[in-house]
Design a protein around this ligand. Sequence first.
Ligand code: DX5
Ligand code: ZN
Length: 229
Amino acid sequence: MTSPAPARDTAWPPPGTTIAPSLLAADFARLGEEAADAAAAGAGWLHLDIMDGHFVPNLSFGPAVLKALRAGSGLPFDVHLMIAPADPYIPAFAEAGADHIIVHAEAGPHLHRSLQLIRSLGKRAGVALNPGTPAEAAAPVMELADLILVMTVNPGFGGQAFLHDQLPKIAQVRDMIGRRPIALEVDGGITPDTAPLAVQAGAGVLVAGTAVFAAPDRAAAISAMKGHA
Ligand code: DX5
Ligand code: ZN
C-alpha cells in the first residue's frame, strides 16, 4: 500500500535536518500568530501535540484548533496523537488538515490497523515509541510507516530534560529504516545542545517546543538546532 503524495511536502523523507516546533510551548492565546512566527523563523513542519488526559496525564487541544490553524499556515502539520484509543479520532484529524498522523505503539492492540487507516485517508502515517518501548515494536509495521518518532522524554509535558539513554534506540531505528523512505523524528528535550546528539544518532526531524517558543530569538534557535552555528 502506498500513500498519495501530499501537496505540502513532496520530498520524502525531507533532506537534511528539519525542525518541527511544537505549539504546546506557544502562547495559546495567540496560536495563529505563533504558528506564523515559527514558519518565518525557519520551521520546516509544525508539530501538534494531542493529549487526552488518559494515555498521558495532560490535556491539550483537538481537531477544531487544527482546523482553525490550517487556514493560516502553509507548513506541513505533524500531528502527534497521545490518545487512546486513537482510531475513532483519526478521520477528524485528517479532515481538519493533518499531513502526518502519528500514533503511539503503546496506545492500543491494533497499531497496524491504525497505520492502514491513516494511509487510507491519504495522510502520512507515523508510529511513536515511548522511552520504555523497544525499537523492535516498530519492526512489524516498517512497510506501512512513513515516519518513526522516538520519544526522548516521557510524553505529556513540554520542557522536560532530554533522555540520553534513548540515543542508542535512535541509532537502532536508523539501522532498521535502512533505505526505506521513512522519516526518523525525535521528540522531547531538544535544544541547541542536544540536537547534535540526536542528529548524530540518525534523526532527520527534531521536534522542539520550549527551545523555539521560549527563545529570545526563534530564528537563531532553529538555525542552531539545524546545525548552522
Ligand atoms: C511531549 C510532546 C513534545 C513536547 C516537546 O509529550 O510530545 O512534543 O511538546 O516539548 P519540549 O521541546 O519542550 O521538550
Ligand atoms: Zn510531540
